[in-house]
Design a protein around this ligand. Sequence first.
Ligand code: SPV
Ligand code: MG
Length: 430
Amino acid sequence: MKKKVYIGLASDIINEAHINLFKKANKIGKLTVGLFSDKAVTEYKKLLNLSYEKRYNLISSIKYIDNIIKQNEYDYSKNLNLLKPDFVIHGNKWRGLNGLSIRKKIIQTLKKWNGKLIEVNYDHDADQKNYDIEKNILTPDNRISKLRRLMKSKDIVRVLESHNSLTGLIIEKMAINKKNKLKEFDCMWSSSLTDSATKGKPDNQSVDYSSRIRTLNDMLDVTTKPLIFDADNGGQIEHLSYLVKSLERTGVSSIIMEDKIGLKMNSLFSNQSGAKQDTPNTFAKKIKKVCKIRRSKDFLVIARIESFILGKGLKDALKRAKIYSKAGADAILIHSKEKTPKEIFQFSKMFRKTKYSIPLVAVPSTYSKVYEKDLIKNGFKIVIYANHLLRAAYPAMEFVGKKILQNSRSFEIENKIIPIKKIINLIENE
Ligand code: SPV
Ligand code: MG
């Protein structure tokens, strides 16, 4: 009987090295490719630029591959136990923070039926080429679709505020290993509060959309992760189509609009007496408009409800959520400035029972004790840490400035700041 060979594939580029590998595997026996789902990929590295379906199409015409199945976890065990291949072929570089433990598990699993792991030499040149090509296939469309794909493949999409390219790079590159799984921020949040504060202006729309979009361009230039744009109330309905067009062209994945009118005021101010909420039906028109004018269905419109911020209560919030969902919103951000998530959890409990239920977004700035697992349990699909990088940077900069003044030199703070070399290495020289 023909031997069975298995190769796990988590790439959106097929190069010569891959083809040679498939060819070799096909000579040994019947080749099954376990194509990694988005979920499996994000367990150990960043989401790929191409969706599972696009990657499936890409490899389905390769004649050396006899069979393609989905591998839904980085851990190979499930598919290996199902298929019992004689051989697994893999490059001799094991990526990801837990790559080596995955390798060990493959060897152990294969042992059960005398199967073997074959490791082939890793091709550095091909890998570098892949990296270069990968950058080029990051079209705005590919980036736009990443948020929806993440919502499908993750328990919760973790979003962190970014106000410039450097914070974008921090979000792009930071990852930790927790319980043998990769943990990272999936997406950037372009916050009106921190973008304005970075420019020394109040969060009242004095920084106009042109300036906001310039910041977006800077961030998107050097990153590959998706971005959600805080559009305040979206501005005039007559101007929305120009805004949406610019956002889609730059590769932004989502617009969040809040249902407030008049001079904009940040929602975390305790005194909201000057702030007014739009009528639900007028605001719904803005949602409908975005749905109509967006080019990509993957460009998500998220409606932000300010009822709790303005003391209007649960009933008003639920009434609005239903109207906004009916108007075509892809998700609801239910905002709150309470110390606990009690009111947003009450909201989600009721809302999720209705036929208008759509994914929920939380911004736990004031109720920061809440764990992500509790947000997940209560039906939240996106969590936005809305201002934290700026809040971290500001006191650090003040501290250093003061210390230089006090000491009349900078030596004392050398061990509190990163070496210049590290900053240089942070930035890729293309
Ligand atoms: C922002 O980050 O700009 C937001 C969230 O809109 S909040 O500051 O809570 O209004
Ligand atoms: Mg804002």
